[in-house]
Design a protein around this ligand. Structure first.
Ligand SMILES: *Cc1c(COP(=O)(O)O)cnc(C)c1O
Length: 416
């Protein structure tokens, strides 16, 4: 993304021209940014045997999965459907780790048929799995190290009352279950949530996992999850991946020596890989001046972009129709019949009705969390790849709203 001749450009294409071509509202992704984020991370850990699994729940478009597959990434999938998408994108089953939470044993059994790696985060499931498969299917165990990571309680998963993982204090019982059923534990995993500000937290978590690893002699990998924070505003803090790489690689290599075998270090970033590669563009329907506030009302709402309302997430908003001139203070809101505010008191270049506004950091958990609330269509998605634009998901239409509705036969007198 760069500003050239007063136009926001992605890989040489003006964002306004893209939205004029495909309509508004629109999600636009920059493949070059995904690639550079991936390479940055790979490079930060180049001295260790590292594998980067893309956490695809952040942005599940099949084309995005293929980009990461092409780079040599693996995949982190949290549902059977994400596993199926990964296989459809061409991932080798053993490059996919299935990390569900509170799903049924039936779903887990169904996923074993695909031959992907299985990560178990519950003792009751571990036991049922062990009784059924014994040493036939190795598994990974998700540990909850009980460290509080990140400032946002809603996206923090490692704390004491979190539903994720098997408590580190339950390891003795885990071992009993494993030994009784002759299970093979091939990996240990932790994911302490999103937006970890401090690399110390990571290193502490890693230390707990390395310690626990000594209890399991058959390990092939250690998966430290994700939680890498990216910048949402110009001077925002973000995880220093190079510094983390430097410290953690060294510690991991030492750990492998202690353990007596070269293991693979796995990470599963979602946000880090795609957040900054995504842009969401919407049109200003109305400017509404009230006694206290100037609202810019857009042709979109929380149905398409819910992070500001759901997580109090800050997303930078710029007027791409007018990139210079005087700025004014706006509260940017959606068209849904709820208070769906994208941003309060934002300084934006003066907005006229019809202007396009662009949200940054719209790659992760944005389209993926969109809905049909208010019976609206979900937006289209466009990928900019090597200087060309590709439609990678069509805008929905009225059929998408009505397709699964089953109308009760008239004879039953509904509504009479
Ligand atoms: C969501 C999730 C991730 C990705 O988290 P980010 O903060 O987007 O990097 C990784 N691992 C698991 C198990 C997850 O549920």
């Amino acid at each position: 993304m760069e500003l050239k001749r007063n136009q926001y450009m992605i890989d040489g294409i003006s964002v306004v021209s893209i939205v004029e071509k495909y309509g508004s509202p629109l999600y636009i992704y920059d493949s070059a940014k995904m690639v550079s984020q991936y390479k940055h991370m790979e490079n930060a850990f180049k001295t260790s045997r590292v594998k980067i699994n893309y956490a695809c729940k952040a942005l599940t478009n099949l084309n995005v999965l293929k980009i990461f597959k092409g780079l040599g990434a693996g995949l982190d999938a949290v549902s059977i459907q994400e596993v199926q998408l990964g296989l459809k994108a061409g991932f080798d089953p053993q490059d996919i780790i299935y990390t569900p939470n509170c799903v049924s044993i039936e779903e887990i059994e169904a996923v074993t048929k695909f031959g992907v790696k299985i990560n178990i985060d519950n003792i009751s499931i571990l036991e049922q799995f062990g009784i059924k498969y014994g040493d036939k299917i190795p598994v990974c165990i998700r540990i909850n190290p009980h460290i509080l990571a990140g400032a946002n309680h809603k996206i923090s998963t490692g704390h004491i009352d979190s539903k994720f993982g098997i408590s580190i204090y339950q390891i003795p019982h885990v071992k009993r279950v494993v030994q009784t059923n002759n299970m093979k534990i091939e990996g240990l995993h932790m994911h302490t949530g999103s937006d970890i500000l401090d690399i110390e937290v990571f290193l502490r978590g890693a230390e707990i996992i390395f310690n626990t690893a000594k209890e399991f002699p058959d390990l092939e990998y250690v998966d430290l999850g994700s939680g890498f924070k990216v910048a949402y505003k110009p001077d925002d803090i973000y995880t220093d991946i190079d510094l983390l790489g430097e410290h953690l690689s060294k510690r991991f290599n030492d750990f492998c020596k202690e353990y007596g075998r070269d293991l693979t270090l796995i990470f599963e970033p979602g946000k880090y890989l795609v957040s900054e590669a995504g842009f969401f563009v919407a049109k200003t329907n109305v400017i509404k001046q009230t006694i206290s506030t100037v609202f810019a009302g857009l042709d979109t709402g929380m149905n398409h972009f819910i992070r500001p309302m759901f997580y109090d997430a800050y997303h930078e908003i710029v007027n791409i129709s007018k990139t210079n001139g005087k700025t004014r203070i706006y509260t940017v809101v959606g068209y849904v019949c709820e208070t769906d505010t994208f941003g309060w008191n934002r300084k934006i270049t003066e907005i006229s009705e019809g202007d396009y506004l662009m949200f940054k950091n719209a790659g992760a958990y944005c389209y993926a969390m969109s809905s049909n609330y208010n019976s609206r269509y979900r937006p289209a998605e466009v990928l900019i790849h090597q200087g060309k634009d590709y439609l990678i998901r069509k805008r929905e239409d009225f059929d998408d709203i009505t397709n699964n509705i089953v109308e009760v036969p008239v004879e039953l007198g509904l509504g009479l």
